[in-house]
Structure formats: structure tokens, C-alpha cells
Design a protein around this ligand. Structure first.
Ligand code: NAD
Length: 430
């Protein structure tokens, strides 16, 4: 877990993330001639929950915090999506992320809908006890708006397995004593001891790696001979880097909220992972040179992995980028204008709802294990993840061909067609 007030890059471009996700939905809906009734239903989230809750700070004073849970759609199954703790969390950001979860779950064929939650805080500014009380009060305030068969949160930026454990514990303590264990799956991404799944921590990075490996194989490229750069060295960025590193690929640049590192000879990934665990960020790592933040985008690489926040690759940064492929670990890292510039320059993009879907896929496996009181081993989980994510990649490529469109729009189309089929077969009540 890591986050802090975002440093303002000179290349900042203020784009409305919610408008971006809406425009991508509109483009796909028009391309696949989505039925009008389904189109209007999916244009807005189903439920918007905003809670204000009091928390006692370590110094004895009480502060009020604001939290959100946006439930976008549940036609395919219970709402599912992460919880973000970050100073830039807003209602519109959470709405955008909730819609992305609907498309993502449908694209990868999960019987789940889309939701997202968030609290506008910088978790680094609070003690462990304060963070626990904030999490417990947020969970309590959400009440029955979450539930094991209704809406199942997971980790996102600024949250981790420990925070999921506190949500689970608070929720389980608020339901009937005898049926308590039935509710263990109210959140996923828990630690292993508390009912988490093997492979969940690395799942998003692992899924991204499987897609990237396939992309390289299709082009006759050896991933192990590639150079790459990563923005964000939290859960997604560090795991994607670790798996790339195991192939022999060379990490030459990394950027996070506190620093930017460059080493053309390669940055030692395991040592950087240890450094970030102790230091909280990449700055001060001895095995690379510190460079100005905005130089990060112009370093030539074969692969670029944005794994931090939305809107990072935009009209200002896209023209500087010299890479072959952008594998979107983050949600919404490329703005529409940035995307147009990259496409014109022949830079390929592996879209977020496909490339980072490994997290929700293994969250789904955790949820099933909890329901059945089972424990699956890592080999089984990795194999199931690989099969599902590559099948979804193949389906998106077929849709891209069929509709003569880009891979991102094709991913949306696969999702929309599955959702539309469910509405059509069930009918719209009343
Ligand atoms: P995290 O909190 O573990 O790490 C976030 C990283 O982003 C940190 O390294 C932080 O330093 C960096 N960061 C924050 N602000 C930054 C800024 N202004 N500039 C540069 N770097 C900055 O979060 P995470 O779980 O790794 O999530 C990263 C992205 O991946 C998010 O977009 C998230 O929605 C997406 N995602 C996460 C998961 C998951 O399973 N955790 C699943 C799918 C998608």
C-alpha cells in the first residue's frame, strides 16, 4: 500500500475521468449498435451511496470523513470492486471506476457486476490505529450496502490485505453470531490467514504479464530481451516488475509519487521491492540515478507499464513516449487525447479492463473458495487465471476484427454484448 498527495507534474493535463469512461462507453455502444434500453440503463450507476462518519483520532478529537460506494450495475451478478484511499478521491472518480468494473467483469466472463468505493484521505497521514478506526467506521456506515451476495469490495490504491481484514472483521461482527462465517467473503484481497487466496496479491501484475507475454509472442518478440519502464511501484507495479524481471527483461526507469529513477543497465527489482517496503517509495534507492519526474516519459523502452493513477498519459506526455506497447496496469491511465496521439504514432495499448483484470479474476476465485470453505493451490489459481484472461484477450481481438475497431473499443463491445444479452433474455422489469 502506498499513496500520498500527488506531485503536480509540469505535463499535467486535467481531464474529467468520468467523462472519459462515458465517451468510451458511448463509442462502443454506437459501434456495436447497443439496444436503446440497455444503453440508457448503463449510462448511469444504479446506486450512489455517500456516507459521512465520525472517527476518534489518537489525540482524542473527533473528525468527520466522507466515503463513497458507487454500484454501477449488477445484471450479471453481485456488485464487485475495490476501495481506494487517496486524497484525490471524488464522487466522479469513483463513478468512473465503478463503470470500469462492470465492463471488466463482463469482459472476462465473471458472474459479477461493477462497483467501487473510496475515502478521500491520504492513509500515510494516519497512525495504524487511526486507519483501523477509519476503516471500521466506513464499513459500519456502509452497513448493508455491502454483503457477500450483494456487493463485495477489494483492495485498490492506498488499501491492502490488512484493510480488507478489518472490513471483514467489522462486517462479521455485525451479523448474526451463528452465521458469521458465511460472511467471510464480504471482501476479497484479504491476507491468507484471514481467508485470502493464494496468488491474489500478485494477481493484477500476473494477469498483465500473461497478456503482455501473449502480445509479445504474437509479434515474435522475446519479452526477456525487452527494456521496460513502470509508473507506480505499489501492488500492481511491483508485481508486474517482479514477473518481468524473472524473464530477464530490464527495468530501466521507474516513477512514483516521490521519485523517478533511471538506470540504463537495469534496476535490480528485488532490491527495489525491499527498498519500497522499508522506505514507502522509490526515492533514495542506491541502485539508480534520480532524474526529474517529467523525464520519465521520454526514456525509450520496449514496454511501458503505467500502474499508478488515471490521466497520466495525456496530450502533454503522449508525444514524449517512445515505446512499442503500453500495458495498462492502472485504471484509465491514458486520456482520449493521449490515446489518439499514441495510435497515430503506432504505439499499441493493452487496455485497462483487460490488462488489469487479473485482480478481479483472482478475487472471484477467493470469493468461491470462501463460499465453499476451500483452499486452492497457487498452480491451480495461476492456470485458471491464465486461461480466463487469454480467452478474454482472444475474444476482444475477434471483436476488433469483426467491428473494424481498436482493441479498447473491442473490449467494451465484448462486455456490452454479454450484458445486453442478459437484459434481453431476462427482460426489463416491470
Ligand atoms: P498502490 O496503492 O499499491 O500503489 C500505487 C502506486 O502509485 C504507488 O507506487 C504510488 O507511489 C504511485 N502513485 C501515487 N500517486 C502517484 C503520482 N501522482 N505519480 C506517480 N505515481 C503515483 O495501488 P495499486 O493497487 O498498485 O493500484 C495502482 C493502479 O492499479 C490503480 O489505478 C488501480 O485502480 C489499479 N488496479 C489495481 C488493482 C489491484 O488489485 N490492486 C486491480 C486492478 C487495477
Amino acid at each position: 500500500m502506498s499513496t500520498a498527495a500527488p506531485a503536480a507534474p509540469i505535463a499535467e493535463d486535467h481531464v474529467d475521468f468520468y467523462e472519459t469512461t462515458k465517451s468510451r462507453f458511448e463509442k462502443a455502444a454506437v459501434t456495436c449498435k447497443l439496444a436503446q434500453d440497455v444503453h440508457v440503463i448503463l449510462s448511469e450507476p444504479k446506486n450512489v451511496v455517500q456516507v459521512n462518519f465520525p472517527v476518534r483520532m489518537d489525540n482524542g478529537t473527533v473528525r468527520i470523513f466522507q466515503g463513497y460506494r458507487i454500484q454501477h450495475n449488477n445484471i450479471l451478478g453481485p456488485y464487485k470492486g475495490g476501495i481506494r484511499y487517496h486524497p484525490s478521491v471524488s464522487m466522479d472518480e469513483v463513478k468512473a471506476l465503478a463503470a470500469l468494473m462492470t465492463w471488466k467483469c463482463a469482459l472476462v466472463g465473471l458472474p459479477l457486476g461493477g462497483a467501487k468505493g473510496g475515502v478521500q484521505i491520504d492513509p500515510r497521514q494516519f497512525s495504524r490505529d487511526e486507519l483501523m478506526r477509519i476503516t471500521r467506521r466506513y464499513t459500519h456506515a456502509l452497513g448493508t450496502n455491502i454483503g457477500v451476495d450483494y456487493d463485495i469490495p477489494a483492495p485498490d490504491v492506498g488499501t491492502n490485505g490488512q484493510i480488507m481484514n478489518w472490513i471483514m472483521d467489522t462486517y462479521m461482527n455485525s451479523v448474526g453470531y451463528a452465521t458469521r462465517n458465511v460472511h467471510r467473503g464480504v471482501v476479497t484481497g484479504k491476507t491468507l490467514t484471514c481467508g485470502g487466496s493464494e496468488g491474489r496479491e500478485k494477481a493484477t501484475g500476473q494477469g498483465l504479464f500473461f497478456v503482455l507475454e501473449k502480445w509479445a509472442e504474437e509479434r515474435g518478440m522475446a519479452l526477456g530481451k525487452c527494456t521496460y519502464a513502470v509508473q507506480g511501484f505499489g501492488n500492481v507495479g511491483s508485481w508486474a516488475s517482479t514477473l518481468m524481471d524473472q524473464t530477464g527483461a530490464k527495468l530501466i526507469a521507474v516513477n512514483d509519487h516521490r521519485g523517478t529513477l533511471y538506470n540504463p543497465d537495469g534496476i535490480a527489482v528485488p532490491a527495489l521491492v525491499e527498498h519500497v517496503k522499508k522506505n514507502g517509495a522509490v526515492d533514495g534507492f542506491p541502485g539508480a540515478r534520480s532524474i526529474p519526474r517529467d523525464e520519465f516519459w521520454s526514456i525509450p523502452t520496449d514496454v511501458l507499464i503505467p500502474a499508478a493513477l488515471e490521466n497520466q498519459i495525456n496530450r502533454n506526455t503522449a508525444p514524449m513516449i517512445k515505446t512499442k506497447v503500453i500495458a495498462e496496469g492502472a485504471n484509465g491511465p491514458v486520456t482520449p487525447k493521449g490515446e489518439a496521439i499514441l495510435a497515430e504514432r503506432g504505439i499499441e495499448m493493452l487496455p485497462d479492463i483487460l490488462a488489469n483484470s487479473g485482480g478481479v479474476i483472482v478475487s472471484y476465485f477467493e470469493w468461491i473458495q470462501n463460499k465453499n470453505n476451500e483452499r486452492w493451490d497457487l498452480e491451480e489459481i495461476d492456470a485458471k487465471l491464465k486461461k480466463r484472461i487469454l480467452k478474454s484477450y482472444a475474444a476482444a481481438k475477434v471483436a476488433a476484427e469483426r467491428h473494424k475497431t481498436d482493441l479498447r473499443t473491442a473490449c467494451y463491445i465484448v462486455a456490452l454484448e454479454r450484458i445486453a444479452a442478459a437484459y434481453s433474455e431476462r427482460g426489463i422489469f416491470p
